[in-house]
Design a protein around this ligand. Sequence first.
Ligand SMILES: [Zn+2]
Length: 445
Amino acid sequence: MNYDLVLRSRRAVLPDGTRPAAVAVRGSTIAAVADYGEPLDAASDVDLGDLALLPGLVDTHVHVNEPGRTEWEGFATATRAAAAGGVTTICDMPLNSLPPTVSGAALADKRAAAAGKCWVDVAFWGGAVPGNQDALRPLHQAGVIGFKCFLIDSGVPEFPPLDPAGLRSVLGELTAVDALLIVHAEDAAEVKVASGRDYGSFLASRPPVAERRAIEKVIGAAAATGARVHIVHLSAAECVAMIAGAKAAGIRLTAETCPHYLYFAAEQVPDGATEFKCCPPIRDAVNREALWRGLEAGVIDCVVSDHSPCPPELKAFGSGDFGDAWGGIASLQLGLSAVWTVARRRGRTLDDVVRWMAAAPARLAGLPAKGALAVGYDADLAAFDPDEAYTVEPARLLHRHQVTPYAGRTLTGRVRQTWLRGTALLDPDRGAPDGEPVGRLLNRG
Ligand SMILES: [Zn+2]
């Protein structure tokens, strides 16, 4: 046999567009991309017909929380949900686990906690916090894909924010090894304490200007140091013009937004509905439209989940108080459907979605074998029915907790199978991973 697996689809989403094709896998990689009907000598030959064949998604913004807060989300549960959602690589954030990933020893703890439990591949971000500058280069050499910092309270005391001098100092250090810094960009001076059930008050407590002031600082520091910087979870669309300007000026800046900012609008959030709480917040429908335009114009590079679950009791459902509730939305399993539901209505294509959710995040994370349906890439694939609608039932979610603002929403586009390095992951009847976990722990590059 020449190949181990051939997958044929009339809608294969290739780097140069969507067309009928046969993707041939040998071992763990894509060995050939041929015409749809071409005879190929393979151990297994599957015709997906009109199901789209996508590269597996790369989600560069996932809070797994293990070790230390595994009751919030762990590697086994997060990667099962990822597989069900067509995501074949996740990049774990350095905070909310204990210890946070701010030293070589903490990275070793993370890897030990993840080993043998992952259904998809996992890469790791390091953390940049006050006082750990000496740990940045060793972490970089140990294979982290870059570093995350906050410019505002992160919500957990063990991961404090950098001040402006600290930001410049870290960027100076990272520039020497050309490492990437990703930034939670809200300015504490523009954020007020929120309390109560009123969503409007919570929204007003974290206004767009808080993002704008912080992004200005990031751009200034990047300009001064020549460093590579990335804005995570952009919510305030008024910052799109500033980001476009910085990019045009040659500053090495990229940005992401998240499915919940592209799908929901503040007008839909009932008072007391803390399942919608995230920081920065979900803003109004005009803002959402402007975010979409920033994405469609290529100013916003990536769409990634910011999957950040917590136990339901931390969501303060009893009081519905937005001040007391933990901020974070879990969407690893739903991100592709949520984004596609709106994207197709806007006349966008699966090529766009794959660019935003696979190719660009893989490039951001420095994972050259991921994010494209092309020869030499890992055979990470998803069969996706772009026309099937379904209603989100929390009981079917494989996240550690089923709390979700998507409950009861009808989404369009369903993942039917996911392959990791040529291995099919899902039991087709249940849509859930089967067998043994085959995910690997990845280093940058
Ligand atoms: Zn996050």
